[in-house]
Design a protein around this ligand. Structure first.
Ligand SMILES: [Zn+2]
Length: 142
């Protein structure tokens, strides 16, 4: 039985194998020593998107947003706040669709904000439109 999970460091992109635990008090990247418990959403781009999504064993939720999108900017603090509830349970990431049109097109993003939950590198589900905190937690956790 595999009792480890791979977690990609948000700072240096190294894949860390962590023992599976119910909760963690401390977990640092073996390479750059950054805290893997840091929940601040990582801003993905074309150079790290596939690596990050496909090598994380934890679910990754990506907020597809753009700087010109008012509802996206309104939802950003909620996204960060909800992320704090899931350290090393669910990874939170953002994708600027204005800078990364290719990725947005690949996933057929037509309206933003759109959140996609990835499991083992594959889309598990998506939702469009800004969510409040409770709706976001419900959508992510169920
Ligand atoms: Zn690192």
């Amino acid at each position: 039985m595999n009792n480890k999970i791979n977690v990609v460091c948000k700072k240096c992109m190294k894949i860390n194998a962590l023992p599976i635990k119910e909760s963690y008090t401390k977990a640092n990247c073996g390479s750059c020593k950054s805290p893997l418990l840091d929940t601040k959403p990582i801003e993905l781009n074309s150079s790290n998107f596939d690596h990050f999504i496909s090598h994380n064993d934890l679910p990754v939720v990506v907020d597809f947003w753009a700087p010109w999108c008012g509802p996206c900017k309104m939802m950003a603090p909620t996204f960060e706040k909800v992320a704090e509830r899931f350290p090393l349970k669910i990874i939170f990431a953002k994708l600027n669709t204005q800078n990364e049109e290719m990725i947005a097109r690949r996933f057929g993003i037509s309206g933003i904000p759109t959140m996609i939950l990835f499991k083992n590198g594959k889309e598990s589900k998506r939702i469009s439109g800004a969510l409040d905190e409770l709706s976001m937690i419900n959508w992510i956790a169920h």
